[in-house]
Design a protein around this ligand. Structure first.
Ligand SMILES: Nc1ncnc2c1ncn2[C@@H]1O[C@H](COP(=O)(O)OP(=O)(O)OP(=O)(O)O)[C@@H](O)[C@H]1O
Ligand code: SF4
Ligand SMILES: [Mg+2]
Length: 382
């Protein structure tokens, strides 16, 4: 993982000058925080198997009749290992946020399993679910709408303690919240301020502090920096990397921006229309993609070098993304794939290491849901 460029907090659009003071000495340490460290894989902390979420489509006002279903997530499987970051990318509407909500139990799965340390959490409820939920937290996309404007920062960050008082007994909460503000690089004295008194990057730090409050092992980040300026994105990403090292966190990092996902992720999953198209290490996915959809995504990344731009083999996808209420038979990508053959309409390609690469020592030997998976040179600027 390379270090993102660090810039001064004051470059962020700030509603008032006093906010510039809020970020403290952590800023410097963030600049050197991203350390190249190979992730040692043991048992996965999270195993997702054939996860399905269908939202019913209904007709009628008094007597609602189901007339179909939006197949938002339709058989997604992946593992998450302790201390790693799994990036999830894909076009708008492919089901990324629905996967995040299923992991958080904010939506009930239609089918499939989510194993947390070997225990299927899709079937849990009550106290057992509460205990597991403590270990899986979420950071949301929009720091402007995800924080209650009527609550002080102290109340926002301390809110999880109402549900889990065992983590911070009443008399200890203020100190705990101030510690959390300090950990995310905010001045602990601003505990009584309201969200509107902070800038976007600072609000996202508050969201991260809230996510950390219960000492979770996994944080699901749904587009955590998409709403921020580029310079502020770098600061928040660097903060997240520092916290990951400090607390041995595992991240699921959902984003549109392929460069940011590459920077932060150890492994990357590419989703298309409710399914996982390809999954592998960042090097396998970015430098040796074998699924035509990943190849098309990477070939669309803007290339700053004019020479490389001229010689690149840009793949232009034709057609719109089909409706998840009526996905194509066989391979879901076939209506836009330049390699599609009859088999692609008849057989659903499984997410697996392609036979031709099986047992071969090549970065192309990673899971890809394509009947004709093969490497293709794409100039990759991500
Ligand atoms: N509660 C719901 N009821 C019906 N359909 C839904 C619901 N939530 C999501 N969907 C549909 O499920 C599909 C996947 O949505 P999701 O929000 O997971 O996509 P996404 O990949 O996160 O997109 P984006 O990148 O725009 O955030 C979309 O077609 C969406 O319209
Ligand atoms: S299975 Fe067929 S349609 Fe699907 S990505 Fe591979 S070649 Fe294209
Ligand atoms: Mg989303």
């Amino acid at each position: 993982m390379a270090e993102l460029s660090k810039s001064d907090e004051s470059q962020e659009s700030t509603p008032n000058v006093s906010e510039v003071e809020v970020v403290d000495a952590h800023s410097e340490s963030e600049a050197v925080a991203a350390i190249e460290a190979p992730v040692e894989r043991g048992e996965p902390i999270l195993q997702v198997r054939n996860l399905v979420k269908h939202f019913p489509l209904t007709q009628g006002i008094l007597f609602k009749k189901q007339v179909g279903a939006v197949k938002a997530v339709d058989g997604v499987s992946f593992d998450l290992y302790q201390g790693e970051t799994l990036g999830i990318v894909g076009e708008s509407g492919c089901g990324k946020s629905t996967v995040a909500k299923l992991l958080m139990n904010l939506e009930r799965a239609t089918a499939g399993e989510i194993f947390y340390k070997g225990q299927d959490i899709t079937r849990l409820s009550g106290r057992a679910m509460k205990a597991v939920r403590r270990n899986i937290q979420m950071v949301f996309q929009d720091p402007y709408t995800s924080l209650n404007p009527r609550m002080t920062v102290g109340d926002i960050i301390g809110e999880p303690f109402d549900i889990h008082p065992e983590v911070a007994p009443k008399g200890d909460r203020r100190r705990k919240v101030q510690d959390l503000l300090d950990v995310v690089g905010l001045n602990p004295e601003y505990i009584n301020r309201y969200p509107h008194q902070f800038s976007g990057g600072q609000r996202q730090r508050i969201g991260i502090a809230r996510g950390l409050a219960l000492n979770p092992e996994i944080i699901v980040c749904d587009e955590p920096v998409s709403a921020l300026d580029v310079s502020v994105q770098a600061q928040v990403i660097n903060l997240m990397e520092r916290l990951q090292d400090e607390f041995n966190l595992s991240y699921i990092f959902i984003a549109h921006d392929l460069s940011i996902v590459r920077h932060i992720s150890d492994r990357v999953g590419v989703m298309y229309l409710g399914k996982m198209a390809e999954i592998g290490t960042d090097e396998q996915i970015y430098d040796h993609p074998t699924h035509p959809y990943t190849q098309a995504l990477l070939s669309a990344v803007p290339v700053p070098d004019p020479d490389a731009r001229e010689h690149r083999d840009r793949i232009i996808l034709t057609g719109d993304v089909p409706s998840p209420a009526n996905p194509p038979s066989g391979c879901r990508f076939r209506t836009r794939c330049w390699k599609a053959e009859d088999k692609c309409a008849e057989e659903v390609p499984l997410l697996a290491v392609p036979e031709r690469f099986s047992g071969v020592d090549t970065p192309a030997a990673h899971e890809s849901a394509c009947h004709f998976a093969e490497e293709k040179d794409v100039v990759n600027a991500a």
